[in-house]
Design a protein around this ligand. Structure first.
Ligand SMILES: [Zn+2]
Length: 477
C-alpha cells in the first residue's frame, strides 16, 4: 500500500514547472525536461490498463511532436491506465529552435561519453524508459515528406519519413511473464511485443480517419538489428533491447504545426484505444480546435504569483515589469513548453519554438504584507487575491487601502497619484499599455512606498474562456 501511495500520490493533471534563471549568467538557464503522469488517482482504475510513455521533442525543431505531447498533459484526462509524458525531452534545443544544440540526441542511446553535455539527460530518460511501470513507448517526430514503400515522386518514397509508424523489427522477445496490466485490458488480445501486428492495427484505425490517400500512415520497419548503424543509436532501439515495446511516430513536416499535432494525436489515440487506455479530451479533435487549444492555457506567474501574465496573445514587448531586485528570476507556467530566458537585459518568454513576448524589467524590493484587495466590478464589491484575473464588462474601481498606492498601468487622471477610488472604463486606459494585443487585459499594481506588493489583471469584455488560473485542474496557486 505504501508503494501505491507513493506512486499514485504524484499522478495528477496538476503540475507546475518551476525554473530558476540565474541572472548573473546571460546564457540560457538549465532547461531540463519534465515528466508528467496523467492517470486516475484511483488505484484500481489506474491499474485497469497499461502505462504508456510518450516522448516529445527529442529533436528541438519538430514542433508537431512536442506540441501533441504537451496537449496530452494540458488537455487530456486519462481515466483508465496511465500515460506518462515527457513533452520536452531536448528542452534547450526546443527553446533555441535547433534540431540539436549538442548534436542529434536521438543518436546518443547506444554509446555516449560522460563528457557529453547531454549525458545526464540521456541517463535520466533511459531510467524512465526502463522503469518497471512502463509498458510501451512512443517517440514523436516530425519527418520529411511522406514515407512510401514505392517510389512515387521526390516527396513520396522509401527515403522519406513523414506519416509513418516506425518499428525496428517485427517482434521483440519479452523475458519473464510479459507486460503488466495486459490481462486487465479490454483489448487483452493485443500483444505489445508484436510490434508489426500492433502497428498495423493502429495504422488501419488511424487511416480510417484520413480521407486523403497520400496523407495516410504507413508502417516502416527499419530492420535495425540487421545492420542499420544509424538506427542502432536511437531511443526506440535502446528501448526494445530492454524489452520495452517502442515505436517512432512521424508526422510530415509538409504540414503546419497544428496539423502535424492533429495527426500525432490521431495516432496517440489510436494506440490508447488499442491497448486499453481510456481518456477524455477537452477539445474537438480537429485542426482549428487544436490551434485554439495550443494557446488557451499560457499563463505565466513570477515569484509566487506576484506577477501574473497572460502570454498567449501578449504584445511583442511588455515594459516596466516589476521584477524582484537582487534575486534570481523564478517563474511557473502551466504549460511545459514555456520558458523565460534572459537576453540583452530583457527576458524573452518562449513557447516551444516561438517567442511570445519580451519583458523589460523594472527592479523593486518586494513587500508581502498584502494578500487581497477590494474592488468594485460593474458595481459589485469583490475581494480579490493578488495574482488573480478579474473579468470586467463596464468598469472597475479599486478601493483605497491605507498606506498603499494603486497604479493602473496606462491610466492617468490629473492630480491623481494613487489610482484607487477611481471608476475606470476601458476607454480611460491607453490601449498600448495592455498586456494583450487585443487591448483588453491591463495590469493593476499595488505599491507600499517604493516597494512592490503585487498585481491583478483586469480583463475587459472577456468572452467566457477558461484560463490557467481559473481552471481547477491547472491552478498555479
Ligand atoms: Zn525526429
Amino acid at each position: 500500500m505504501g508503494i501505491y501511495m507513493e506512486r499514485f500520490g504524484i499522478i495528477s493533471l496538476l503540475f507546475v514547472a518551476a525554473v530558476m534563471v540565474n541572472m548573473a549568467n546571460a546564457a540560457l538557464p538549465d532547461l531540463e525536461f519534465s515528466l508528467h503522469k496523467n492517470g486516475p488517482a484511483n488505484i484500481e482504475r489506474a491499474n485497469s490498463g497499461p502505462t504508456l510513455l510518450v516522448i516529445g521533442g527529442i529533436q528541438g525543431d519538430e514542433p508537431g511532436g512536442f506540441t501533441a505531447a504537451s496537449l496530452l498533459v494540458t488537455h487530456y484526462k486519462i481515466t483508465a491506465g496511465q500515460v506518462w509524458i515527457v513533452p520536452n525531452l531536448n528542452f534547450e534545443s526546443i527553446i533555441k529552435r535547433s534540431r540539436g544544440v549538442y548534436g542529434d540526441m536521438n543518436r546518443k542511446f547506444s554509446k555516449l561519453k560522460q563528457t557529453d553535455p547531454e549525458f545526464e539527460t540521456v541517463q535520466k530518460i533511459k531510467q524512465i524508459i526502463t522503469s518497471p511501470d512502463v509498458d510501451i513507448i512512443l517517440n514523436l517526430h516530425d519527418g520529411s515528406g511522406f514515407y512510401n514503400e514505392q517510389y512515387i515522386d521526390a516527396l513520396h518514397n522509401p527515403r522519406r519519413w513523414g506519416q509513418s509508424l516506425i518499428i525496428d523489427q517485427a517482434k521483440i522477445e519479452m523475458p519473464g511473464i510479459g507486460i503488466s496490466g495486459i490481462e486487465n485490458t479490454e483489448a487483452g488480445s493485443v500483444q505489445f511485443n508484436h510490434l508489426e501486428q500492433l502497428g498495423r492495427q493502429v495504422v488501419a484505425d488511424v487511416n480510417a480517419a484520413i480521407p486523403q490517400t497520400l496523407h495516410q500512415y504507413r508502417l516502416k520497419n527499419t530492420h535495425t538489428a540487421l545492420g542499420n548503424k544509424e538506427m542502432e543509436k536511437t531511443l526506440t532501439y535502446f528501448a526494445i533491447n530492454h524489452a520495452k515495446p517502442a515505436f517512432g511516430v512521424e508526422a510530415s513536416k509538409h504540414f503546419l504545426t497544428h496539423k502535424r499535432a492533429y495527426y500525432h494525436l490521431l495516432v496517440l489515440e489510436g494506440f490508447m484505444n488499442n491497448i486499453g487506455i481510456k481518456f477524455e479530451r477537452k477539445f474537438n479533435l480537429a485542426e482549428a480546435d487544436i490551434k485554439k487549444a495550443m494557446y488557451d492555457k499560457l499563463q505565466l506567474a513570477f515569484y509566487n504569483k506576484k506577477i501574473v501574465l497572460d502570454v498567449a496573445n501578449a504584445r511583442k514587448r511588455l515594459n516596466y515589469v516589476p521584477l524582484k531586485k537582487n534575486a534570481d528570476i523564478a517563474y511557473i507556467s502551466g504549460n511545459p513548453l514555456v520558458a523565460v530566458v534572459s537576453k540583452n537585459n530583457r527576458f524573452n518568454v518562449r513557447y516551444g519554438n516561438r517567442n511570445l513576448t519580451s519583458l523589460k524589467p523594472s527592479y523593486f524590493e518586494y513587500d508581502d504584507s498584502l494578500e487581497d484587495i477590494k474592488i468594485s466590478v460593474d458595481g459589485n464589491i469583490k475581494s480579490i487575491s493578488l495574482g488573480s484575473t478579474v473579468d470586467v464588462q463596464q468598469d472597475f474601481n479599486v478601493h483605497s487601502i491605507a498606506g498603499y498606492r494603486v497604479n493602473v498601468i496606462g491610466f492617468t487622471r490629473k492630480g491623481v497619484r494613487d489610482e484607487s477610488n477611481q471608476t475606470i472604463k476601458l476607454k480611460n486606459i491607453r490601449s498600448r499599455f495592455s498586456v494583450d494585443k487585443q487591448s483588453k487585459i491591463f495590469r493593476v499594481e499595488i505599491y507600499q512606498g517604493k516597494r512592490y506588493c503585487g498585481m491583478i489583471l483586469v480583463r475587459f469584455n472577456a468572452l467566457k474562456q477558461t484560463t490557467l488560473i481559473d481552471n481547477e485542474s491547472h491552478s498555479i496557486a
